[in-house]
Design a protein around this ligand. Structure first.
Ligand code: AP5
Length: 218
C-alpha cells in the first residue's frame, strides 16, 4: 500500500500514520520528523531547514525532494510506505511521481484530511511531544497519565517551536496558498480521497479501514 497523507498542520496525519504503519508493517515517512532529526543533529541540511521551520515556512523544494527520493528507494519501501507531509507543493508532487515511476512504485491513494481552522488551532496549541521517543500527546485530547511525562519511556514532553500561535497562523497561510495546486493535481489522476480531519482518533481510523477495504487495499 503506497499512500500520501495530505492535509493542514494538526489534521492528525502523523497520529493516523503511526497506527497504520504498525498495522500494515510499512514505513511511515514524515518529512517534518526527518527534518527535525536533522535539526537536532545540526547537520548542514538541518541548519538550513531550521531557519524556515521556526517561522512556519516551507523548506526549499530541492532539499526535501532529494531527501524523499533517497528514502522511498530503500528496500523497506518495496511493500509500501506512507508519506506524511510530502508533497506540499506541485513541484514536489511532480518530482515524486517521476521518482516513483522510475522505481515502479506508484502511489495508490492520496488521503486528504479536510480540517476546520478551529480544530487545527485547538490541536496544535495543545500538542506535546516526547523529547526522547517522539511520542505525540495533546494536553486535553490525548493527555499523558502524568502531566509533562511520556507514558511510554518517561521522557520529558515539550511544545514544538512552530506550535506557538503566530507560527501556527503562518503555517495555515502557507498551507492554504500551496494546497489547491496539489489537490487538483491528484484529483486529475483520480486517486484523491477526502477524510474528515475533525473526526476523533478512533473515528478517523475506522473510516480509513473501511476505505481501504472499499479500495481493495486491505
Ligand atoms: P510537519 O512536521 O510535517 O508539520 P505539519 O504538516 O504542519 O503537520 P503536523 O505535524 O503539525 O500535524 P499532523 O497532521 O501530523 O497532526 P498530529 O497527528 O501531530 O512539518 C513541520 C515543518 O517542516 C513545516 O512547517 C516545514 O517548515 C517543514 N516541512 C516538512 N515537510 C516539508 C515539505 N514537504 N516541504 C517543505 N517543508 C517541509 O496531531 C496534532 C495534535 O492533535 C497532536 O497533539 C495529537 O495528539 C492531536 N490529535 C491528532 N489527531 C487527533 C484527533 N483525531 N482528535 C483529537 N486530537 C488529535
Amino acid at each position: 500500500m503506497k499512500l500520501v497523507l495530505l492535509g493542514p498542520p494538526g489534521a492528525g496525519k502523523g497520529t493516523q500514520a503511526k497506527v497504520l504503519s504498525k498495522e500494515f508493517g510499512i514505513p511511515h515517512i514524515s518529512t517534518g520528523d526527518i527534518l527535525r532529526e536533522s535539526v537536532k543533529a545540526q547537520s548542514p541540511i538541518g541548519l538550513k531547514a531550521k531557519v524556515y521551520m521556526d517561522k512556519g515556512e516551507l523548506v526549499p523544494d530541492d532539499v526535501v525532494i532529494e531527501m524523499v527520493a533517497q528514502r522511498v528507494a530503500k528496500e523497506d519501501c518495496g511493500k509500501g510506505f506512507m508519506l506524511d507531509g510530502f508533497p506540499r507543493t506541485a513541484a514536489q508532487a511532480k518530482a515524486l511521481d517521476g521518482t516513483l515511476a522510475g522505481l515502479n512504485r506508484p502511489i495508490d491513494l492520496v488521503l486528504y484530511f479536510k480540517t476546520s481552522q478551529q480544530t487545527i488551532i485547538q490541536r496544535l496549541s495543545g500538542r506535546r511531544v516526547c523529547k526522547n521517543c517522539g511520542e505525540n500527546y495533546h494536553i486535553k485530547n490525548i493527555p499523558p497519565k502524568v502531566a509533562g511525562i511520556c507514558d511510554k519511556c518517561g521522557g520529558e514532553l515539550y511544545q514544538r517551536v512552530d506550535d506557538k500561535e503566530d507560527t501556527i497562523l503562518n503555517r495555515i497561510k502557507v498551507y492554504e496558498n500551496t494546497v489547491p495546486g496539489i489537490i487538483s493535481y491528484y484529483e486529475g489522476k483520480g486517486i484523491l480521497r477526502t477524510v474528515s480531519g475533525d473526526f476523533d482518533v478512533d473515528e478517523a481510523h475506522d473510516y480509513l479501514s473501511k476505505l481501504f477495504v472499499k479500495e481493495k487495499l486491505k
